[in-house]
Design a protein around this ligand. Structure first.
Ligand SMILES: Cc1ncc(C[n+]2csc(CCOP(=O)(O)OP(=O)(O)O)c2C)c(N)n1
Length: 652
């Protein structure tokens, strides 16, 4: 590749920022702030410093650049497109279904992506492995790894820092994009890093500090790093989050937000680049139209459209389940034993509602930074001393990343720790597979002493949160979704930990919720229904809609079991349903089996073998970027698929 000169680089990076902002606008979501702050560092690497060939992405001797900060993917894709790995206009498919430009980089979807990332703090370890392999193979290529400053809070970063120095990896360069902001605010407030330069140096690294927006300094730093022997180099780049757009600069609120059209036009004006914006947006729209056709084409069809709020009657109100969690914290938070631990996702998961507008609780909100593993064990320590700690983040990180800490420290020690797993399921949407928890029910239900809650709407989430915090002594895990989902319970709907609810469709009404009757399962008498659907979480409203479809279209009567407690499981209710209804279908927004396997085992252990059994869930694959409801349809999780399966098993 031809190397760009400094002035050429300075021009190129303006265009790159412009293309990226149009793509982010077309996507309607994405990580704008951090992608803008690292753009100069990335552009210099791809367009001047690195040895690589866009026409031969797998070239053996290429330098490798990997984004440990996977959320800055728009900057990576822009650099790849601008270098010629693909037509830059294709970037307009960013974050769309089946697109190579997933919310976080996936190496199996796009040539030039060296590693699939999105779970912070893992990239430098991968880079250490790649650099070690390069040395073993006696290659002279170099490995570059981009990280955020908030990301430095992950303990794994420092394990890798130690390894790189131990092995004297002078073919490795870490670049830290120091924009001083993360999601919850200033890095220094969330979890202060102290003297980063001194830290890297004391671990045995060569450190170069630069202005991360000065192209000459950036190129010089990369070149200097090439000359350093026997030590890895860290380039500590001082940057501005949201760089180049006045209203985005230094604003934490622009971390994960895309510009609207007016903001985009203003941004392009400030950057000083003219692009054929409407033509570019048309590429995005045309692609989306193609995907819409594909997804709608696969949706089972009935005599009318039963989709949410598509009819004159059966209207449902939508609300995210996590709001119920936040409301509970706001209500019970004056209990001095309660302590909430933040993991830099506080607003998004509503754990901030514990102390928002309640200053007197500030000392009981403890920010742990981006450090899920330590945060979990800190919670255990607090519990040991009589506190009721509540630790929350996205389920992929709370349940998944800290699994061993939860297993050995929390559960084996049987501490009274409450863990929340937000963003369960594919309906997380455009952030994609890395952020869609599809395994956490397996992980948490497999642990002795753990209690597992999967409530179905925001009202039930509030009740479940209350129960887990105040009524249960011992480890608890609560899972909730990101998207607004239908409210299908009321304050007076029964809720008893460990006992399921039975829901029956009684005929269409003006409001969806009024068309159903809900009873505590232990109070329910069989009505000799044709089939049972056992569901949890946001699949409960889908199961209810399926019952509506099955009755209206085929006269099939359905018993819906809202299995809001997965551990302990309500075995009696399952055995009764298996005996009384002959067909059992499970429905979960999770890898097939989290709920389904448990239900099947409970039935068989009770000596009940339903005549027919089926599971609705994600079929042993990772999620995707896409719209929330688009993904629910794409993965076959919506009511239409449940109803189709019910019809098939009932032989109608
Ligand atoms: C293990 C893990 N925990 C949490 C997140 C969610 N998350 C995405 S970006 C981010 C903040 C990152 O801050 P920083 O490293 O400073 O990046 P920048 O501000 O430059 O975007 C967090 C907490 C994640 N992706 N991975």
């Amino acid at each position: 590749m031809k190397k760009l000169s400094i002035p050429e680089l300075e021009n190129a990076v303006k265009e790159m920022r412009a293309y990226m902002l149009v793509a982010l606008h077309a996507a309607g979501s994405g990580h704008t702030g951090g992608s803008l702050s690292c753009m100069d560092l990335v552009a210099a690497a791809y367009l001047n410093v690195m040895k690589h060939d866009p026409k031969n992405p797998q070239m053996e001797d290429r330098d490798r650049f990997l984004f440990s900060a996977g959320h800055k993917a728009p900057a990576l894709y822009t650099a790849l497109g601008y270098s010629g790995y693909f037509d830059i206009k294709d970037l307009m498919k960013l974050r769309k279904l089946e697109s190579p430009y997933q919310g976080h980089p996936h190496r199996l979807k796009l040539e030039g992506v060296e590693a699939s990332t999105g779970s912070l703090g893992q990239g430098l370890s991968i880079a250490v492995g790649m650099a070690l392999a390069g040395r073993l193979d006696k290659k002279d290529h170099r490995v570059y790894c981009l990280m955020g400053d908030g990301e430095q809070q992950e303990g794994q970063v420092w394990e890798a820092v130690m390894e790189a120095a131990h092995y004297k990896l002078d073919n490795l360069v870490a670049i830290v994009d120091i924009n001083r902001l993360q999601i919850d605010g200033k890095v220094s407030d969330v979890m202060d890093l102290g003297e980063l330069k001194a830290k890297y140096e004391s671990f045995g690294w060569n450190v170069i500090e630069i202005d991360g927006h000065n192209m000459q300094q950036i190129v010089d730093a990369y070149e200097k790093a090439k000359t350093v022997k026997e030590k890895p180099t860290a380039i500590l780049a001082n940057t501005v989050k949201g760089k180049s757009v006045s209203f985005m600069e230094n604003e934490a609120g622009w971390h994960g937000k895309a510009p609207n059209r007016e903001q985009l036009d203003q941004a392009l004006k400030e950057i000083g680049v003219e692009l054929p914006v409407d033509d570019l947006l048309k590429i995005a729209q045309d692609y989306q139209t193609k995907m819409d056709k594909k997804v709608e084409g696969n949706l089972p069809k009935f005599s009318k459209n039963y989709w949410w709020n598509e009819q004159d009657n059966m209207k449902a109100e939508m609300r995210p389940t996590r709001k119920g969690f936040g409301e509970c914290l706001a209500e019970v938070g004056d209990d001095p034993r309660i302590v909430c631990l933040g993991a830099d996702i506080s607003g998004s998961i509503c754990i901030d509602m514990f102390h928002k507008d309640k200053k007197h609780r500030n000392d009981r909100f403890l920010s742990m930074g981006i450090a899920e593993q330590s945060g979990t064990a800190v919670a255990a320590g607090l519990a040991k001393e009589g506190k009721i700690p509540i630790f929350g983040t996205y389920a992929v990180f709370s349940a998944g990343r800290a699994l061993d800490q939860i297993r050995t420290t929390v559960c084996y020690g049987n501490y009274n720790v409450k863990i929340t797993g937000a963003h369960g399921g594919v309906s997380v949407g455009p952030d994609g597979a890395t952020h869609q928890a599809l395994e956490d029910i397996f992980q948490m239900c497999g642990l002795p002493n753990m209690n597992v809650f999967v409530p179905c709407d925001s009202i039930e989430t509030k009740k479940a949160s209350n129960t887990m915090i105040l009524d249960i002594e011992g480890p608890c895990y609560i899972r909730y979704a990101r998207e607004s989902t239908p409210i299908v319970t009321t304050e007076s709907t029964p809720y008893k930990f460990g006992t399921a609810n039975v829901i029956r469709y009684r005929g269409a009404k003006e409001n969806f919720i009024d068309a159903f009757e809900t009873k505590l399962a232990s109070d329910y008498k069989s009505e000799n229904e044709d089939l049972t659907i056992v569901a949890c979480g946001p699949e409960v409203p889908e199961a209810m809609r399926a019952a509506w479809i099955l009755k209206e279209e085929f006269g099939i009567e359905t018993r819906i079991i809202n299995m809001h407690t997965l551990k302990p499981l309500d075995n009696d209710t399952l055995a009764k349903a298996g005996k009384e209804t002959k067909i059992v279908i499970t429905a979960e927004e999770h890898q097939k089996g989290g709920l389904g396997n448990r239900v099947a085992a409970a039935l068989l252990e009770a000596g009940v073998a339903p005549e027919k059994f089926a599971m609705i869930g994600v079929p042993d694959r990772f999620g995707e970027s896409g719209g929330s409801w688009e993904l629910v349809k794409y993965f076959g999780l919506s009511a239409e698929f449940i109803a189709q399966k019910g019809k098939e098993l009932a032989g109608k």
